[in-house]
Design a binder for this molecule. Structure first.
Ligand SMILES: *[C@@H]1O[C@H](CO)[C@@H](O)[C@H](O)[C@H]1NC(C)=O
Ligand SMILES: *[C@@H]1O[C@H](CO)[C@@H](O)[C@H](O)[C@H]1NC(C)=O
Ligand SMILES: *[C@@H]1O[C@H](CO)[C@@H](O)[C@H](O)[C@H]1NC(C)=O
Ligand SMILES: *[C@@H]1O[C@H](CO)[C@@H](O)[C@H](O)[C@H]1NC(C)=O
Ligand SMILES: *[C@@H]1O[C@H](CO)[C@@H](O)[C@H](O)[C@H]1NC(C)=O
Ligand SMILES: *[C@@H]1O[C@H](CO)[C@@H](O)[C@H](O)[C@H]1NC(C)=O
Ligand SMILES: *[C@@H]1O[C@H](CO)[C@@H](O)[C@H](O)[C@H]1NC(C)=O
Length: 575
């Protein structure tokens, strides 16, 4: 089964001659290194932060004359931000404002639809996702009364599930009377006939909307006559109504108001002092103009759960950290939450609840090295906001903006920060992993000729550069056993399993042929590592299981030994 030595020599030569044709590693989905715990101490990060400071100072002067913003990059493992930046629009100094004159980490901004993330968070904290597949009609009486239409002109409300609403998959109406309704929008309401729309009868015209906002009864009366937008679970389609309904359902389930749930289960436990569902004192906010004109005062009424909230960059970062550190929601439901539900038309973007999942190619030279940012943006009046969290690194990016904001400036700020920081974060993660796990481990107790060498290089994960088990070249043997053929160039890399206790950290070994012939086609892929996890088992222990031990906090978490359950051996670190 093993290759004769002659081929081995041949191989080495082939490898040296064709380094660029090597098959790229196909890691497991998720982090390729343990999550970095000491980003702020990393020199790579310090250099990147210095660069970011210069970059944002230049940007503030050249491109942000007319708006203010606060930005923060945070880690779940550090109370201080990795990077933060505050910019006050110069004109704020010269105008009359009832808000702050200088923006800082406590300045309150509106966040618009970013509210939806907090609504979903509150739902999961207070009701869980066990009822994700139950119909909304079970929890909202008015919808039950609307019946079970399945025609083109009636929404089949009994087919509209809680989870479908949370992930924008139900095809229900987007808004009722509030946003997008031409008869309610000051800029358009007097021009509709001019545009070519016919006159409406009184009962066709919403009796409420922008001002006064619709009460609960008017809202349900309104959506009763609305056609469905798409069949449920066809395509994601953005809806504000969905989040108003989720808010109502949560009130039914808990018997508490949305406001009190926000206060008791999010604001109080996290110690947030600048987060509000309804308009707070003007002196806390940044208001570049009159409160009415800037949109500071505009109240969404019954639709508050879809977009009414206000917060500061400190509070928004605290909320982001709480998600990543499982402070209010357990690890498993949190990880379930931070997964996409549907594709979108852009292959790099997917849709979750209600996160937009954005796939980011971490290393342009590695076609299968991707991480995912879970994003939600919002804008209302002259305010805009965005939060992106990257669970693979336990980090987040947040920005709050106000003033005359160019389109997409919220995402642009994150793009600027991410472009400089992400590769530094990957590099810092690799360095932390190197200091904890790199080394030569060998048998000291059983007098076995068994050893393994772990090191990091330019590729994702930890590399196994040498592996001998009781005198055999196990690097080669294991790769043959795993792949079912003799690999041209065996390659073993270790990726975190996210299984850990105070003393042990588990990695999965991935056994690849670094020079495998390409198999990519219409239905086939070169990269499906997940299919082969634990494919080889010896006496009920998986060959790919690698457990680092004595991961001692006092020693900075440095591994003292490695256990290989299939080989029934523990190898001690040398030196
Ligand atoms: C910041 O980094 C970018 C590349 O990441 C580089 O082009 C630029 O010159 C750097 N700027 C400063 C001020 O170091
Ligand atoms: C700021 O606003 C002024 C007047 O509205 C405009 O002329 C100028 O181009 C804007 N500046 C930037 C950097 O967008
Ligand atoms: C600011 O308000 C004061 C008093 O209300 C008024 O006298 C002044 O003209 C205003 N300034 C500007 C720039 O609007
Ligand atoms: C809708 O259908 C459900 C079963 O799917 C039924 O229990 C309910 O009574 C129906 N409601 C109306 C108003 O027809
Ligand atoms: C808000 O709370 C944080 C800690 O919870 C505290 O550091 C900060 O000073 C508070 N800010 C204000 C304005 O009270
Ligand atoms: C090591 O290999 C020898 C044969 O070379 C065998 O007799 C022995 O049982 C093996 N021991 C272990 C612990 O694998
Ligand atoms: C251990 O095994 C390897 C691989 O077979 C061999 O090259 C090496 O010489 C052996 N070492 C000892 C001390 O026997």
């Amino acid at each position: 089964m093993l290759l004769p030595t002659r081929s081995l020599i041949l191989l080495t030569t082939t490898c040296l001659l064709r380094p660029t044709t090597a098959t790229p590693p196909c890691p497991l989905e998720g982090p390729v290194f343990p999550k970095p715990l000491h980003l702020s101490q990393s020199n790579t990060i310090k250099t990147a932060v210095a660069n970011l400071t210069t970059t944002f100072e230049d940007f503030a002067v050249s491109s942000a004359k007319n708006f203010s913003f606060t930005l923060s990059v945070f880690s779940a493992h550090d109370a201080e931000p990795v990077f933060s930046f505050f910019h006050t629009a110069p004109k704020l100094a010269s105008i009359n404002t009832t808000g702050v004159k200088t923006v800082d980490s406590d300045t309150v901004f509106r966040i618009g639809s970013l509210t939806k993330v907090l609504t979903n968070y509150l739902f999961l904290i207070n009701a869980g996702d066990r009822i994700w597949n139950e119909p909304i009609t079970k929890y909202v009486d008015e919808l039950r009364a609307l019946g079970n239409g399945s025609e083109v002109t009636n929404t089949a409300w009994d087919q509209v599930t809680i989870g479908g609403l949370a992930s924008q998959m139900t095809g229900i109406p987007r808004d009722y009377a509030l946003l997008g309704e031409l008869t309610q929008t000051p800029a358009t309401r007097d021009k509709v006939i001019e545009y070519g729309f016919p006159p409406l009868s009184d009962d066709e015209r919403p009796p409420c909307g922008d001002f006064p906002t619709c009460d609960r009864e008017q809202f349900f009366h309104g959506i009763a006559s609305f056609y469905p937008s798409l069949a449920p679970f066809t395509s994601p389609a953005y809806s504000n109504v969905a989040f108003q309904l989720l808010g109502y359902a949560l009130e039914t389930i808990t018997g508490k108001t949305f406001d009190s749930l926000l206060q008791e289960t999010l604001i109080n436990p996290l110690g947030l002092n600048r987060t509000f569902l309804r308009k707070p004192e003007e002196s806390l906010g940044v208001i570049q103009g009159t409160p009415a004109k800037t949109g500071w005062t505009f109240d969404l009424g019954e639709s508050a759960a879809a977009g009414n909230m206000y917060t500061s960059i400190t509070d928004l970062s605290t909320i982001g950290r709480s998600i990543l550190s499982y402070k209010l929601l357990d690890p498993v439901p949190t990880r379930r939450w931070l997964k996409p539900f549907s594709f979108s038309t852009d292959p790099k973007a997917a849709v979750g609840a209600p996160w937009g999942a954005r796939r980011i190619n971490v290393d342009p030279e590695q076609p299968y090295r991707w991480t995912t940012a879970y994003n939600k943006a919002g804008s209302i009046g002259m305010y805009s906001a965005v939060l992106a969290i990257l669970p693979d690194y336990d980090i987040g990016f947040a920005a709050l903006l106000h003033g005359d904001i160019p389109g997409n400036a919220n995402f642009h700020l994150l793009d600027m920060a991410g472009k400089i920081l992400l590769s530094a974060i990957e590099s810092a993660s690799r360095s932390e992993a190197a200091s904890l796990y790199n080394g030569h481990y060998s048998s000291t107790t059983d007098k076995l000729n068994s050893s393994i060498t772990i090191s990091t290089d330019d590729l994702p994960g930890l590399s196994v550069t040498q592996w001998i088990s009781n005198g055999t070249d196990f690097l080669r043997t294991s790769t043959i056993l795993q792949n079912g053929y003799t690999p041209v160039t065996p390659r073993i890399r270790l990726y975190p399993a996210d299984l850990t206790n105070k003393k042990q950290v588990v990695f999965k070994a991935i056994f690849e042929d670094a020079d495998a012939p390409s198999k990519e086609g219409m239905f086939s892929t070169d990269c499906a590592t997940w299919v082969n996890v634990e494919a080889v088992i010896y006496g009920s222990a998986a060959m790919d299981e690698v457990i680092f031990n004595a991961v001692d906090e006092e020693q900075g978490g440095k591994a003292g030994s490695v256990s290989l359950p299939a080989l029934r051996v523990t190898l001690d670190r040398e030196g």
